[in-house]
Each structure stands twice: as structure tokens, then as C-alpha cells.
Design a protein around this ligand. Structure first.
Ligand SMILES: *Cc1c(COP(=O)(O)O)cnc(C)c1O
Length: 377
């Protein structure tokens, strides 16, 4: 038996999915409808029902999902788009590609989610400056937990801003008993292989309850086409979800609830056994996480290096999400006013992600706990 601890184990997952997965793939090779084949629509219907939203539009990636949503709102030059500084680069990249300006917002020190108070300050500062037009907020459900949606909705409403949920890391997470997918004007997710629901390549989806927006998203993902194939209504992109990827996702969806449950069990096991000597991730109240990432917080950058080095020596892989907040990244720093975002900066220095995936055994989790506990000595 192989006892190697991996950060993600898609080979073992594939064995578990077995025939169901290969039958789905074979069906596509048989019918050969590789672009928008029947699996895409089947998946869209299942995913919409899974999150309880009216429409799901399968697209080529999470990044393209953000782009299609923002293009539909005509986000462009002169517009300010507010987003957390502590997120994956894609959240900021899309507003920039469309000519808009990202405005970086600090995060909560315990949940790592966007801080509504700082968001209000940043919106006010942009309004006072009168250079940019505040246009949209992108909330990110970081690491699998929900962003503070009630507060974000209130701000978006008061300030008359478009609200987008970047749910790339949190598909399947819930607030109360309701899955994420209906918290903002639109919700986007990603099926990148390492996300909670991952395909075998790139893939993503957009969720909305608005039939007109849904139609617009469908048009934009296929070059802006109209009711007929060669009628072009909008400037669009080539942004469709691949039929093979939809087929793989349909197979994986059958196991997804069990996987979410297993991730939650592992998180609880970590919480219980780590809480006495490191800062464990704070739970967002009244919610359940999709546990894309389980990150602990060390006291200093030095302590993090020591722990990471020790774990590596013991064959335990770790990762840092994210070593630099976006406003410090070379590509984006000139869009930032220079004022520090102290929480994002401090967290980036001290955060460390431990393996969390459905294939981990309790024994492996306890082995990781034991090795992390070395910092006590
Ligand atoms: C992964 C991710 C994306 C981008 O998704 P892709 O499918 O890789 O394009 C966007 N935002 C966040 C927060 C992500 O983690």
C-alpha cells in the first residue's frame, strides 16, 4: 500500500469513480458532439438544480466566467471594480483586461474574507477622488467559505454597484441550508482540477436567476451569436464548456456530496487536534465550507518557513495561498495607491495550507497533525 501523502490525489479519486467515469467519457467519443454536446446541457440543468438557481451556463474556465459576467455589465475603461487583495490573480486580471481598474480591499484577520468596513472606505475614497466610476464589487468565497454576503449585498444596494460572486473555490458551500449560487447578481465558479468539483482540464460555470442575463451569457460564450449560428449580436469570446469536461463533471457530481462530507470530517479532525498550538481557520458562522483549502496561521514568516521545511522533510506537502497579496504583485502594484493593506500583508507572510482532499485517511491526517505539532518543541 502506498502511504505517500499528496496535496491532491486525482489518481486515487479516478479509481474510486471507476466505470461511471469511463462510461461517460466513452459516450462522448461515440456521439462525437465535442462542442456543446448533450452532456453540457445535462450538466447545466443538474448544477442549476444543485445550487437552486434558475440558470447555469457552462463556460471554458472560471476566469472566462468572470469575463463573460463583467462584459455583460459593460465594465470597461474608467470603471472601478472593488475586490479583495487576498485572492487568486484571476479576480483582478479580468477587470484589467476589460480596461477597468481594480481597487484592492483588505480582509478579515480570522476568516480571510473581504472586510465590508474597508470596502466602504475604499468606495468612499474612489467617489471622493472623482476619477473613476465605481461600478462593481467582486466578492470571493475564499478557500471554500462564504464571503460576508449580507453585508456585501447591502453595500452594493446602497452604492448602486453590480455584485459578482467569485465562487471558484467554494462550489457546494452553504449559508444555512442554501448552497452558494444565489448571493449576488451572478455567481461564477471554476472546475479547474484542484477545485472542490474539478474536471480534467479547464472549465467553469455562471449562475443567474435572470433569463435575459442567462441568454446574454450564452451568446457571449459562443462569439456573441444570436438565435442563428451566423448572426452576431455582440462581441463575444470562444468560451464554451467542453463536452468531455461536462461528461467528467457529471460522473464526479454523483460522488460530490460524499466528498464534501469527507472534507468537512478532515477539517474537523485538523481543528480538534491543531487548535492548541496553531491558529486554525475561523469558521464563517451559519455556513458550511467546501474546504478547497485548509490554511493554518503561524506566528511569523520565520515560523512558517520552519514548519514548512520540517513537513517537507517528513514527506508532507504544503502550499502557500497566497505569498503576496495582489496589490503587491509586480503586475498590479501600480494600480494601488500605496497605502498598506495591513491584514492581507500580514496573513500572506504567515499562512500555510495543509493537504485536504477526500482521499486522505484519518491516519494520514493525524500524521500531519503530529508533525505540525513539532513547533511546540
Ligand atoms: C481558480 C480561481 C479562479 C479562476 O478559475 P479558472 O477556472 O482557473 O480560470 C478565479 N478566482 C478564484 C478565487 C480562483 O481560485
Amino acid at each position: 500500500m502506498d502511504h505517500t501523502i499528496s496535496f491532491l490525489d486525482l489518481k486515487k479519486q479516478q479509481k474510486r469513480l471507476g466505470k461511471l467515469l469511463f462510461d461517460r467519457i466513452e459516450a462522448v467519443t461515440s456521439h462525437c458532439q465535442f462542442i456543446l454536446g448533450p452532456e453540457v446541457e445535462e450538466l447545466e440543468i443538474k448544477l442549476a438544480s444543485y445550487v437552486g438557481s434558475k440558470f447555469c451556463i457552462g463556460v471554458s474556465s472560471g476566469t472566462d466566467a468572470i469575463q463573460i459576467a463583467l462584459m455583460t455589465e459593460k465594465v470597461g475603461p474608467g470603471d472601478a471594480v472593488f475586490l479583495p487583495a487576498f485572492t487568486y490573480t484571476a479576480t483582478a486580471e479580468v477587470p484589467l483586461l476589460l480596461g477597468a481598474t481594480p481597487v484592492f480591499v483588505d480582509i478579515h484577520p480570522k476568516t480571510f474574507q473581504i472586510d465590508p468596513t474597508d470596502l466602504k472606505h475604499k468606495i468612499k475614497a474612489i467617489r471622493d477622488e472623482k476619477k473613476l466610476n465605481p461600478k462593481a464589487i467582486i466578492g470571493v468565497d475564499l478557500f471554500g467559505q462564504p464571503a460576508p454576503w449580507e453585508a456585501l449585498r447591502q453595500i452594493a444596494f446602497t452604492e448602486n454597484l453590480y455584485l459578482l460572486d467569485d465562487c471558484a473555490q467554494a462550489f457546494g458551500a452553504k449559508i444555512g441550508n442554501k448552497r452558494l449560487g444565489n448571493e449576488a447578481d451572478a455567481t461564477v465558479t471554476s472546475f479547474f482540477p484542484s477545485k472542490p468539483l474539478g474536471c480534467y482540464g479547464d472549465g467553469g460555470a455562471i449562475f443567474t436567476n435572470d433569463p435575459d442575463k442567462a441568454e446574454h451569457y450564452r451568446s457571449l460564450r459562443s462569439h456573441g451569436e444570436g438565435k442563428t449560428r451566423y448572426q452576431v449580436l455582440h462581441t463575444g469570446i470562444n468560451g464554451r464548456l467542453d463536452t468531455f469536461q461536462a461528461a467528467i463533471l457529471l460522473a464526479k457530481l454523483e460522488f460530490f456530496d460524499d466528498e464534501l462530507l469527507r472534507r468537512e470530517q478532515i477539517a474537523c479532525l485538523y481543528d480538534e487536534n491543531l487548535k492548541h498550538f496553531v491558529k486554525i481557520p475561523a469558521r464563517v458562522p451559519h455556513s458550511s465550507s467546501a474546504w478547497a483549502i485548509y490554511s493554518i496561521l503561524l506566528k511569523s514568516q520565520e515560523e512558517r518557513s520552519n514548519v514548512q521545511f520540517h513537513l517537507k522533510k517528513k514527506g508532507i506537502p504544503t502550499a502557500i495561498y497566497y505569498p503576496l497579496p495582489l496589490h503587491k504583485q509586480p503586475a498590479y502594484s501600480h494600480f494601488h495607491t500605496g497605502e498598506p493593506l495591513p491584514i492581507s500583508e500580514s496573513i500572506a507572510d504567515r499562512i500555510l495550507a495543509l493537504p485536504i482532499h477526500p482521499e486522505l485517511t484519518d491516519e494520514q491526517v493525524m500524521k500531519i497533525v503530529q508533525e505540525v505539532s513539532h513547533i511546540k518543541e
